[in-house]
Design a protein around this ligand. Structure first.
Ligand code: KIV
Ligand code: ZN
Length: 516
């Protein structure tokens, strides 16, 4: 464990994260995820909002009973019945926290406390809100010493008022004060300054932990979180994959890995076991049904994928040229070179070696040209494509016939027809032929028979996709029988299955002719 000062990691995937539109977790799922969060090493799990529904109450209660290690936290508004509900749900927790609070920006106070019972003027309402906050902290203290107070919408609040609220709730017993940028409105410099100003202007600020809770409406939640930490905040509130209300919350994996990777800058660390990040991310994605974008930092499918020739070349010489994190440090599958049309010969040769193929320089060039043909048609070339390519290239026999042109017309209500051009060894001009058939493959085979003058009987025909997706390579295999009853096999691959079928038939004919 490093000796740097620790930043407390407060995970709110089960509460704010689950507020993401269109998601709902069952009680058992929440428990399973809480157990994984404990393995990940978060310090606090905000397990839910117990008053909000009987299921949320049950989930918080179950997690409080069964999940050891982190502090278990329940959310409440600054209302007695909420706080009592959170207190009851957390009763069995070894370490319990109540997270209570209210909106403190003018817009929140004026809009939420419209009723005159909260006062006539905005000033009166603000006083009343502060009083409610103090009372809420005191009530939460009946259940646990560990009370966190949230000053909702701090990012847009009247700063002088915010300072007073913070001072008052710390005096009332709050051990952590949460400064949420609820609407994701802040700019990093500004948010960092807010945290710095809190330490300057609130006399008792150092008696509590100052926490930051940032939303991603302008895509700056992680930057704001880090600006907060840089200016003295020692708790970060995050969700796995950045899921959450609207555009979501600061992503835990990004915030934690920024602090870990740039220890030189922050001089801080967390207790997170980062090797569990990838697994936790996939669990959350699956449970919430929210896919992780491939380009997502740290845990996206492409986070450790290299594709362009220059990058692949550099990465293969030394991974540190293009990677600042080792995939194993976040539990991610190892770095990959994604083979595309931009990969280059070096990348292809490296992958061939990884797959166990020793190819000479002479063999590499034709393979690379065929690889480029496939890569142009498909976005990504898979290992199975490469294996099929090598197999095809190595079936070395003398090719008397070569299919140089194929056109097939077929469809509902039309007679399938095919025209081919076959180049015959030793002849300058290719032979052209056209034919009809029962289907496009049958028509192509008939045209090949006419063009080559060879007509072995088709005994067996199979076609399969070598890889997945609509641009998969198709592999056709055929068995033909010559007039003496001898069988020959043929194989063809292409992204076009009719072309793969035609190539397989020509291959079988070539083998038959070569044998003779
Ligand atoms: O974004 C927010 O302000 C919140 C509070 C309830 C902490 O989620
Ligand atoms: Zn929030």
């Amino acid at each position: 464990m490093s000796t740097e000062e620790k930043v407390i990691v407060f995970d709110t995937t089960l509460r704010d994260g689950e507020q993401a539109a269109g998601t709902r977790l069952g009680v058992r799922e929440k428990l399973e995820l809480a157990m994984q969060l404990a393995r990940l090493g978060v310090d606090v799990i905000e397990a839910g909002f117990p008053i909000s529904s009987p299921q949320d109450f049950e989930a918080v209660q179950l997690i409080a009973q069964q999940v050891a290690g982190p502090t278990i936290c329940g959310l409440s508004r600054a209302v007695d019945k909420d706080i009592d509900s959170a207190g009851a749900a957390l009763k069995k927790a070894k370490k319990a926290r109540i997270h209570t609070g209210l909106g403190i920006s003018d817009i929140h106070i004026a809009s939420k406390f419209k009723d005159e019972k909260y006062g006539k003027t905005l000033k009166d309402k603000k006083e009343k809100a502060m009083d409610m906050g103090i009372k809420a902290v005191k009530r939460a203290k009946r259940y646990t010493d560990d009370v966190e107070f949230y000053c909702e919408d701090s990012g847009r609040a009247d700063k002088e008022y915010l300072y007073k609220v913070i001072e008052a709730v710390i005096d009332a017993g709050a051990t952590t004060v949460n400064i949420p940028d609820t609407t994701g409105y802040s700019i990093p410099e500004q948010f960092g300054q807010l945290i710095a100003d809190i330490f300057k202007r609130v006399p008792n600020a150092r008696k509590a932990i100052i926490s930051v809770h940032c939303h991603d409406d302008l895509g700056m939640s992680v930057a704001n979180t880090l600006a907060g930490v840089r200016n003295g905040a020692r708790q970060i509130e995050c969700t796995i994959n950045g899921v959450g209300e609207r555009a979501g919350n600061a992503s835990l994996e990004e915030s934690v890995m920024a602090i870990r990777t740039r220890k030189d800058f922050f001089g801080l660390d967390t207790k997170i076991n980062t090797k569990e990040l990838y697994k936790t991310s996939r669990m959350v994605s699956e449970m919430l049904g929210i896919l992780v974008p491939p380009n997502k930092a740290i845990i996206g499918a492409n986070a450790f994928a290299h594709s362009s020739g220059i990058h692949v070349d550099g990465f293969l010489k030394n991974p540190l040229t293009y990677e600042i994190i080792r995939p194993e440090d976040v539990g991610s599958p190892k770095s990959v070179v994604v083979l595309t049309a931009r990969t280059g010969r070096h990348g292809l040769k490296h992958r061939l070696a990884e797959l166990g193929y020793k190819v000479s320089e002479a063999e590499l060039e034709p393979l690379y040209q065929r690889f480029l043909d496939i890569a142009d048609k498909k976005t990504e070339v898979f290992d199975e494509d490469i294996a099929a390519l090598v197999g095809d290239e190595r079936r070395t026999i003398e090719h008397v016939y070569e299919l140089v042109y194929l056109h097939v017309a077929c469809g509902t209500g039309t007679l399938p027809t095919a025209s081919v051009k076959i180049k015959t060894k030793g002849k300058d001009a290719p032979t052209t032929a056209a034919a009809c058939g029962d289907g496009p493959v049958d028509a192509a085979y008939e045209a090949i028979r006419i063009a080559t003058g060879q007509s072995p009987k088709l005994d067996l025909y199979t076609i399969k996709a070598v890889t997945g997706g609509k641009e998969a390579l198709g592999e056709a295999n055929v068995k033909v029988i010559d007039k003496n009853g001898v069988r020959f096999t043929g194989r063809g691959i292409s992204t076009d299955i009719i072309e793969a079928s035609a190539k397989a038939y020509v291959d079988a004919i070539n083998r038959m002719v070569a044998e003779k």
